[in-house]
Design a protein around this ligand. Structure first.
Ligand code: FES
Length: 112
């Protein structure tokens, strides 16, 4: 396991989500969604529990039009930003895979 900085907290606005990818030690790529809700930051694997595809419809476009949920662009599933729980869609009742996150010296840091 290793701690990796994915972005600066100051670069994330309220209700903003960003996609990023990390190269792991084994050479594989880990794609993540970094979400800021108020003073909190949540990180999930960018992988719909329904089929495993990435959620965004354009780079960094994860929120639905209401701004209340993260949305899978492929079939429209809606996920709560604060816990990744799917409230509507083909994967209702499932959740995005959360990734442990800390804020250290202004950096958003995940454990991979
Ligand atoms: S692939 Fe995500 S809701 Fe269908």
């Amino acid at each position: 396991m290793s701690a990796r900085a994915v972005c600066r907290l100051a670069d994330l606005k309220e209700k903003e989500a960003r996609g990023c990818s990390l190269e792991l030690d084994d050479g594989s790529e880990l794609q993540l969604i970094v979400v800021r809700e108020g003073s909190e930051v949540f990180v999930y694997r960018n992988r719909c529990p329904h089929t495993g595809v990435n959620l965004e419809w354009q780079p960094h476009q994860f929120y639905d039009l209401s701004g209340a949920f993260l949305q899978c662009a492929t079939h429209g599933a809606l996920f709560r930003p604060e816990d990744g729980y799917c409230v509507r869609g083909p994967c209702a009742g499932e959740s995005l895979e959360a990734v442990p996150v800390w804020i250290l010296e202004g950096q958003v840091v995940v454990i991979t």
